[in-house]
Design a protein around this ligand. Structure first.
Ligand SMILES: Nc1ncnc2c1ncn2[C@@H]1O[C@H](COP(=O)(O)OP(=O)(O)OP(=O)(O)O)[C@@H](O)[C@H]1O
Length: 326
């Protein structure tokens, strides 16, 4: 198990990680979410002793990474996919890692097969695509058959087939009882993979809860209506205890309204409707709402924060998640 206690990292004036305390549970995929610059990579580097905490501590099965004997057998990590010597072949990269942790050679062939790189095992890393680099990074993480796996944005640069493969792999690893800790800045991606969620913003913990709980808390629905008889419809809705809130484009949104009920109510009063449609706030929007105050960089000059707020309050048709690419 990975445990963080008041973990803090300061770079000069910049507080990159600010008193983080949480545990990464075993046997599930834990999504580590936060907008760009939230401190995810810094936290992961501290877990691996690649960065020294300013204060606080992080342990793996009760020990610091540096205290682990043959660490690849405890924890495997993909942090920077391009952290491979360009002149080295995929096989030689894995051989070097295996030898430093007394891992038998046959395991190299196994992991190359697992990640689908057997055919290019003898190719030098400089000729690898981003996706191949990610696969080699995942092979390195799996090499010691560790109980704990940590992946920093593993689907970056992968095509849809590769993304599906990573998702399936992470779930399989967790179902074998392993601890899988994976960072992302996309809630839509994590919603498909993670069982547990840790959200950070500006280095601080914003949420630590099961994914099902996050979905339950954030899957409110609304009904969108458009009518030339706004006042009559509002009166009719008010009589039923419902409230219509104007949207940005002349339509109205009725929170917690039932589609058929509203349609029948309008028909019974002879109110013409030009639109009646179900709306669902996406999980991506809920995530943006949660992190809106801790986004480090905004698009545009100062209007980004407002935009993040507006995303939070607007409703979108299911599947129309706003995406923020890295
Ligand atoms: N070596 C460093 N020196 C100075 N500042 C740093 C250093 N590493 C990270 N930072 C800063 O610390 C903050 C957290 O960065 P970090 O890379 O951990 O965030 P992140 O959540 O991984 O973001 P991203 O999704 O963009 O990778 C950022 O403001 C970043 O600029």
């Amino acid at each position: 198990m990975i445990e963080l206690h008041q973990l803090t990292k300061r770079y000069g004036d910049k507080l990159a990680v600010d008193g983080l305390s949480f545990q990464v549970p075993q046997g599930v995929v834990t999504g580590f979410l936060g907008p760009n610059g939230a401190g995810k990579s810094t936290t992961m580097r501290m877990i691996l002793d690649l960065d020294r905490p300013t204060s606080g501590r992080v342990t793996i099965d009760g020990k610091r990474y540096g205290q682990l004997n043959e660490p690849l057998k405890y924890i495997g990590a993909l942090l920077e996919a391009k952290a491979v010597h360009p002149g080295r072949t995929a096989y030689d990269h894995l051989l070097w890692l295996a030898q430093s942790n007394r891992i038998p050679r046959r395991r190299i062939d196994e992991v190359l097969g697992l990640v689908g790189l057997t055919a290019v095992a003898g190719k030098r890393a400089r000729g690898f695509s981003l996706g191949m680099g990610q696969r080699l990074g995942i092979a390195s993480a799996l090499l010691g058959d560790p109980e704990i796996l940590m992946f920093d944005e593993p689907v970056n640069g992968l095509d849809p087939e590769g993304i599906l493969w990573v998702r399936t792999l992470m779930k399989e690893l967790a179902s074998e009882g392993r601890t899988v800790f994976v960072s992302s800045h996309l809630m839509s991606e994590m919603a498909l993979t993670a069982d547990h969620l840790v959200v950070i913003g500006l280095g601080r913990l914003l949420a630590d809860l099961p994914m099902s709980e996050f979905i339950k808390q954030n899957s409110r629905s609304a009904v969108r209506v458009r009518t030339p008889h706004v006042e009559q419809l509002k009166d009719a809705l008010a009589g039923a205890g419902l409230r219509a809130v104007p949207g940005p484009d002349g339509a109205y949104e009725v929170e917690d309204g039932d589609l058929e009920f509203i349609g029948e109510l309008a028909a019974s009063r002879g109110i013409t409707l030009h639109e009646l449609s179900p709306q669902q706030a996406s999980l991506e929007e809920a995530f943006m709402r949660m992190t809106a105050d801790s986004v480090e960089y905004h698009a545009g000059d100062g209007e980004g924060r407002d935009a993040a707020g507006a995303w939070g309050s607007s409703w979108q048709a299911r599947g129309g998640a706003a995406r923020k690419e890295k």
